[in-house]
Write a protein that binds this ligand. Structure first.
Ligand code: ADP
Ligand code: MG
Length: 337
């Protein structure tokens, strides 16, 4: 890149500012524009539509020789994950794809992975675009939410608990192994491989959290960096118990700093991080049992102390870890950084 501008500053300067100016002039049917996991359109008095787009680019989001069946799964899964983060039920999706060549075996496997997941979530393909060019897959997914029930990033409140679903850090561990940053025994790699290549969109969880979670997002760029989006939009601070981050047995075999870094900042987890009032704890434990999915309370929302949102990391005794000790954790993945 020619400039120091990060991804979010770029969106703000060249897209969000222009978009906001139009929104204020315009249309009461747009209830939420740029800035959350999905945009929200009011369809009728009972129903809101959630819309999200995510693109996978060769050599950026996947290796050139990636398994096409996994790629078909992942391209849809990352979009369904954004629907899940707002509490939406999938309606359908479009697929825009550019292909370097017509490779029938590749297309067969890609569409197999794509449709297996589409069937699982009853989310049909309803259109798209196909062109020749470097391999690039862009999906736009549409979902439905009862009016007023969308879970936004902007409504976390001081005193709320912070929760995360599933386990975090494994996708980053797989990436580290594939990049030869570390060595994993083949059976360990196999045990967590799907966490990077075939993430599970937490659709049922998102729908269960309607009316319970105050704010939510899906973790695509790393837990702490993504949590910051909730803090910025809700104008609150947070404290996180570092040792409560839910980690796989495989990740727990790594050094403490790798465990912390991958779980807190790894990215590609596609779990849901959400906030909820403490009186919802029992209901959240019941949802966890019903879905057979771990949901872990990892911290708390606090009143904002300055104009910038702050995350304090706590040790197991609840003591604040000094910033210098955990500086390596405060970097989140930014596509243009
Ligand atoms: P997510 O990780 O949840 O998919 P992103 O970090 O990609 O979200 O994007 C943050 C917000 O910016 C989202 O609301 C997204 O719709 C919006 N956004 C990203 N790129 C653009 C763009 N080129 N034009 C308009 N909005 C964009
Ligand atoms: Mg998201």
């Amino acid at each position: 890149m020619q400039s120091e501008l990060g991804e979010f500053e770029l969106i703000q300067r060249f897209f969000k500012t222009g978009a906001d100016a139009m929104l204020s002039l315009n249309d009461r049917s747009i209830s939420l524009g740029i800035g959350d996991d999905c945009a929200l359109l009011k369809l009728n008095p009972e129903e809101t539509m959630a819309i999200t787009s995510d693109m996978l680019v060769e050599d950026r989001h996947f290796f050139a020789n990636a398994n096409p069946e996994w790629l078909g799964h992942k391209a849809l899964a990352v979009n369904l994950s954004d629907l899940a983060a707002m509490g939406a039920k999938p309606i359908g999706f479009t697929l825009a794809i550019s292909l370097p060549r017509v490779d029938l075996a590749w297309l067969e496997a890609f569409s197999k992975g794509l449709f297996a997941l589409a069937h699982e979530y009853s989310c049909p393909l309803i259109g798209g675009d196909t062109t020749a060019g470097p391999l690039n897959i862009c999906i736009t997914a549409f979902g439905s939410i009862p009016q007023g029930k969308a879970i936004k990033r902007s409504e976390a409140f001081p005193g709320n608990d912070i929760w995360v679903s599933g386990l975090v850090g494994d996708a980053r561990l797989v990436l580290a192994a594939l990049r030869h940053e570390l060595t994993l025994p083949p059976k360990d790699l196999q045990a967590i491989d799907a966490r990077m290549h075939q993430p599970t969109p937490r659709i049922q969880l998102g729908m269960e959290l309607r009316g319970i979670a105050t704010a939510a997002l899906d973790i695509s760029d790393g837990l702490l960096g993504d949590l910051k989006h909730i803090l910025t939009q809700s104008r609150v601070d947070a404290e996180i118990f570092l040792d409560r981050l839910p980690k796989s047995v495989t990740l727990q075999q790594q050094s403490e700093s790798i465990q912390n870094e991958f779980a807190a900042c790894g990215g590609d987890d596609y779990e849901i991080c959400f906030t909820a009032p403490p009186d919802q704890q029992n209901i959240i434990h019941d949802i966890s049992k019903k879905l057979n999915l771990a949901i872990t309370q990892i911290g708390r929302i606090k009143t904002m102390e300055s104009s910038k949102p702050k995350i304090e990391l706590l040790d197991q005794n609840g003591r604040v870890l000094s910033e210098s000790k955990v500086a390596y954790l405060f970097k989140s993945f930014d596509h243009f950084a």
